[in-house]
Design a protein around this ligand. Structure first.
Ligand code: FAD
Length: 262
């Protein structure tokens, strides 16, 4: 699914690339031929970073020369980032042009699946996330996974950088936690000193969101006779932190399931 999504995103980004230079309809969803995203990870990978599709994959051989902080192993690849406030309105515009008349239900209700009368999926749980947005022209994406997942994700079209992250089971609060914000800044400075010390970072805002994590993994399946009615449906939810990444590939599979091709 991720690979299908990647291919589709890559195609979309190619199609709008020249436009995005001028109008930036979703500026960070584009391939970045002149960027290199050093991705610092501590586990080995074969050919593809994190097993995901990638371009210009390479192992950073002289890590000390290429990257100023002490790490055992590093990967670099070119990919895309999605800036939801730009991407989602564009996507909605696309969808509104093709909404069909149908008797079919596609259930993408996320945490709603826990409470929907005909679904009541009790293995889906909320996982709260928070990030901190700082103003900077820094354009490299850096992630580091250890006991905590630290990431720096640029949104070049908006001139900001996202610092994260955190994962809090069963927390559904949408209030930003200032202590988490400070922690993100500290962790970002630690893996990327060129950002400058935490006290010098210009915070634009906090972002809070609740992921939907499903024990045992996402649910993507067809169901006949939902709620005892003559309705066919496909359930597609529980993608945790991979909703965008899975999205377009999942959509293809939903169509296949509806056509009875899988
Ligand atoms: C902190 C955080 C980090 C993330 N990081 C990543 C990442 O690194 N990579 C990535 O690919 N994605 C990431 N995501 C995106 C995530 O995986 C989801 O795709 C995203 O949160 C949106 O999920 P969704 O489309 O499933 O749900 P939503 O956009 O919330 O859609 C669910 C819809 O169902 C509706 N609904 C619910 N119950 C009912 C009901 N009973 N009746 C009718 N409608 C109902 C809701 O109103 C809502 O419109 C992240 C999200 C968060 C919060």
């Amino acid at each position: 699914m991720s690979e299908d999504t990647f291919k589709r995103f890559w195609k979309i980004s190619s199609e709008v690339a020249s436009e995005s230079q001028r109008k930036t309809p979703f500026g960070s969803l584009h391939k970045a031929p002149d960027w290199v995203f050093p991705v610092i990870q501590l586990s080995r990978s074969s050919g593809r970073a994190d097993g995901r599709p990638s371009r210009q994959f390479r192992i950073l051989k002289n890590l000390k020369d290429e990257y100023p902080v002490q790490y055992a192993f590093g990967l670099s690849y070119t990919s895309m980032t999605i800036e939801p406030p730009r991407y989602l309105p564009w996507l909605l515009g696309q969808a509104l042009t093709i909404v069909p008349h149908t008797k079919t239900i596609i259930n993408c209700s996320r945490l709603g699946a826990r409470y929907l009368k005909d679904v009541k999926d009790k293995v889906i749980i909320p996982d709260r996330g928070q990030t901190c947005v700082i103003k900077t022209d820094f354009k490299k994406m850096i992630t580091r996974r250890r006991d905590q997942y630290t990431y720096l994700i640029p949104r070049p079209a908006s001139g900001v950088l996202i610092l994260g992250g955190i994962n809090e089971h069963w927390n559904t609060s949408h209030e930003p936690n200032p202590a988490s914000r400070e922690m993100f800044k500290q962790r970002a400075f630690k893996i990327c000193p060129e950002l400058g010390p935490p006290e010098s970072m210009e915070v634009v805002k906090d972002i809070v969101g609740v992921r939907s994590t499903r024990t045992g993994g996402y649910r993507l399946e067809r169901e006949e006779g939902i709620g005892g009615r003559d309705v066919t449906g496909v359930h597609s939810y529980g993608y945790a932190s991979g909703g965008y990444q899975a999205s377009l590939g999942t959509a293809l599979q939903v169509v296949q399931l509806l056509k009875g091709e899988e």
